[in-house]
Design a binder for this molecule. Structure first.
Ligand code: NAD
Ligand code: 6OD
Length: 485
């Protein structure tokens, strides 16, 4: 059985109390690895090596030297691309092509922030003083220190490196807590870090669970100077409470109940193609995904039918079957959650356009966490499945009549992560985008990412923005130096 170990001070280690937990395959629920659970003393060791590394060679490097190492990290991820894809696919069951997209971002996340830190200027102000001699102010950036990075399971490498890339570029050290469901790529990244010469203690990985386990040990640790988190909103709230002790900063990227709005003048092919991705990519387990589609009434039946036809053509299957384009959900537990919403939708009177159940899978795959891609119509905006984040391959399609009405309905959610608007009227696109309460709005596309832009959620979807120079606000302390002349 494969063993996945913690990575502390550039060494792979079992948990100090020898505890392990099984990693089960989403494909058939069979155990594929034994994961070493980090104890409280292992988390202490990881944090203390990260703290020590701040004063060691890493802390003494010039920005140019750090940037050169981060380029090597990116290049080594690319050289070992197949290993990362294999690890991610094994943990998640996602199709190869989805994992390839995510692992390309795994490498890009190091280069983009290396470039940002190398090129971003700081501010300078001259000021007058009563003696007429004046003073100068300039700002310098310094790392915040040890950063705790707590990650989810839905896009493990992409989301972990989205935090680790900028944290390291800014000169911090990190202790990563990957999701218990997806431990392998974070562990593998340790080999890359060590092989390209990242000094001891800069990148650490501790495996385990959330409450009363590794996640809590890390986020309550008083030598962790800042915590960056991606995951569910209620977990983010727990982490924020933990961070209050010691008044430590948090960056939170959390859940969503994202709306897409399709106006009658939209290009049907563009909208349908984007909605197929936003509703069903990665089996609907994308935080930016669309679980509410609003369609202007004249286009409603056409769009519902177009999506139904494309969903019927989706091929559910295992990653090694390259013709399959939809994998299982992450776990049996998540399958049960998603299926409970499928049941609830019917109980509340939904019209099931397609899907709504479990696909018939052969042999041991029948034990996997598969669900059918599902479209509903006919419910009101306050139906349970139209309010709660489900995080599965499902969406409800609603008709609407006016622009003002749809803006209000799209915004009628406690979340505010992303939105997608489809129209050929540019004025309307600008007008609606400006009124949508979300951190990211796409027009005539979805998940089109320029990594220099601000990324994050409004309302219950997040606190703070990362991406480009915005990441520097979180991962550095900006210090003003005032010089009296
Ligand atoms: P989760 O909140 O259950 O777990 C995320 C991580 O937090 C895991 O590593 C978990 O072990 C840890 N954790 C749980 N409780 C903890 C605690 N009390 N203290 C410290 N750590 C704790 O989320 P998930 O189920 O892994 O991921 C799915 C969720 O993530 C969805 O809600 C999705 O919308 C969200 N998400 C958001 C974004 C974004 O950018 N906004 C991106 C991806 C996923
Ligand atoms: O593209 C990104 O940077 C990002 N954080 C994507 C999040 C995807 C959520 O599942």
């Amino acid at each position: 059985m494969k063993k996945v170990q913690n990575f502390i001070n550039n060494e792979y280690k079992d948990g100090s109390d020898a505890k392990t937990f099984p990693k089960l395959s989403p494909l058939n629920n069979a155990q594929i690895a034994e994961v070493c659970e980090a104890s409280k003393s292992d988390v202490d060791a990881a944090v203390s090596s990260a703290k020590k590394a701040l004063k060691g060679p890493w802390g003494k490097m010039t920005t140019e030297e750090r940037v050169a190492i981060l380029y090597k990290v990116a290049d080594e991820i690319t050289r070992r691309f197949e290993d990362f894809v294999a690890a991610e696919v094994a943990d998640t069951g996602m199709p190869q092509h989805t994992s390839q997209f995510m692992c390309v971002r795994g490498a890009q996340n190091f280069k983009i922030f290396a470039d940002v830190i190398k090129n971003v200027p700081t501010e300078f102000f001259e000021m007058a003083t009563p003696d007429g001699k004046g003073a100068m102010n300039y700002a310098i950036r310094r790392p915040v220190g040890v950063v705790g990075v707590v990650c989810p399971w839905n896009a493990p490498l992409l989301l972990m490196t989205w935090k680790v890339g900028p944290a390291l570029a800014c000169g911090n050290t990190v202790v990563v807590k990957p999701s218990e469901e997806t431990p392998q790529t974070a562990a593998l990244l340790g080999e890359v870090m060590r092989d390209v010469g990242v000094p001891e203690g800069v990148y650490n990985v501790v495996h385990g669970f959330g409450p009363n386990s590794t996640g809590e040990f890390l986020t309550t640790h008083q030598d962790v100077d800042a915590i960056t988190f991606t995951g569910e909103t209620r977990t983010g709230a727990a982490i924020m409470k933990a961070a209050a002790d010691g008044a430590r900063p948090v960056s939170l990227e959390m859940g969503g109940k994202n709306a897409a709005i399709v106006f009658a003048d939209a290009d049907l092919d563009v909208a349908t193609e984007a909605l197929m991705r936003s509703c069903f990519m990665n089996t609907g387990q994308v935080c930016l995904g669309t679980e509410r589609v609003f369609v202007e009434r004249p286009l409603f039946d056409t769009l519902v039918n177009a999506l139904k036809e494309k969903v019927a053509a989706l091929k559910i299957g295992i990653p090694s079957d390259h013709s399959s384009n939809m994998g299982p959900l992450i776990s049996k537990e998540h399958q049960a959650k998603v299926l409970s919403y499928y049941k609830k939708a019917v109980e509340e009177g939904a019209n099931v356009v397609i899907g709504g159940g479990v696909p018939k899978m052969e042999g041991d795959l029948a034990n996997g966490s598969w669900v059918e891609p599902t479209i509903w119509t006919g419910l009101n905006d306050d139906a349970t499945i139209a309010v709660d984040e489900i995080f599965g391959p499902c969406t409800h399609i609603f008709p609407f009549d006016t622009e003002d009405e749809v803006i209000e309905r799209a915004n009628n959610t406690k979340y505010g992560l992303s939105s997608a608007i489809f129209t050929s009227n540019l004025q309307r696109a600008h007008r609606v985008a400006a009124q949508i309460e979300a951190g990211v709005v796409w027009v005539n596309s979805w998940f089109l990412r320029d990594l220099r832009t601000a990324f994050g959620g409004a309302k219950n979807s997040g606190i703070g923005r990362e991406g480009g120079v915005h990441s520097l606000e979180f991962y550095t302390e900006l210090k003003n130096v005032c010089i009296k002349l």
